[in-house]
Design a protein around this ligand. Structure first.
Ligand code: THU
Length: 160
């Protein structure tokens, strides 16, 4: 028997202005989407923006339903939007921002398990890391290099 340890490093920007102009623009797009979220049940708004390797950007926001299990996360809407328009183009970066209308959340919030699995699918499909930017109400931005960091020992189609 042996113990295998994993760890990962991620970047913390003190404020968005420390990021590249391209990443600031992507984050701005995600922030814009907070107002397009349809979240009357949770009051938790999620805005997302995906940048492809061509530089093209696709957006998404969470979309809820009176039948709660049908609610769809913002990052998945953005990824599916990008994939529906440009199925062959790798995703380079995904910016995710949240706004909880009931309380301020300063620390960046990271994607739910289902979204991690979906991000992993596109990373695997294109054989290219998807970097993830996370921001909440505070100025801090986290940058994660790959979904493999958030979903270690993940399941993918190599097992099928
Ligand atoms: N939500 C997202 O959009 N992304 C996540 O990663 C976590 C949760 C949405 C789903 C639902 O509309 C609301 O946030 C509360 O769970």
């Amino acid at each position: 028997m042996k113990i295998v340890e994993t760890s990962f490093a991620y970047k913390v920007y003190d404020e968005p202005s420390q990021m590249s102009k391209e990443d600031q623009a992507l984050m701005e797009k995600a922030i814009e989407q907070l107002d397009h979220a349809y979240a009357p049940y949770s009051n938790f708004h999620v805005g997302a923006a995906v940048r492809l390797s061509t530089g093209e950007v696709f957006i998404g926001s969470n979309q809820e339903n009176a039948s709660y299990p049908l609610c769809m996360c913002g990052e998945r809407v953005a990824l599916y939007n990008a994939a529906a328009h440009r199925p062959k183009i790798p995703v380079e970066k995904l910016a995710i921002v949240i706004r909880n209308l009931r309380m301020k959340i300063d620390k960046p919030v990271s994607p739910c398990g289902a979204c991690r699995q979906v991000i992993a699918e596109y990373e695997h499909l294109h054989g290219q890391n998807i970097q993830i930017l996370l921001k909440s109400d505070g100025l801090q931005v986290y940058e994660i290099d790959s979904i493999k960091d958030l979903l270690p020992l993940g399941f993918d189609n190599s097992f099928l």
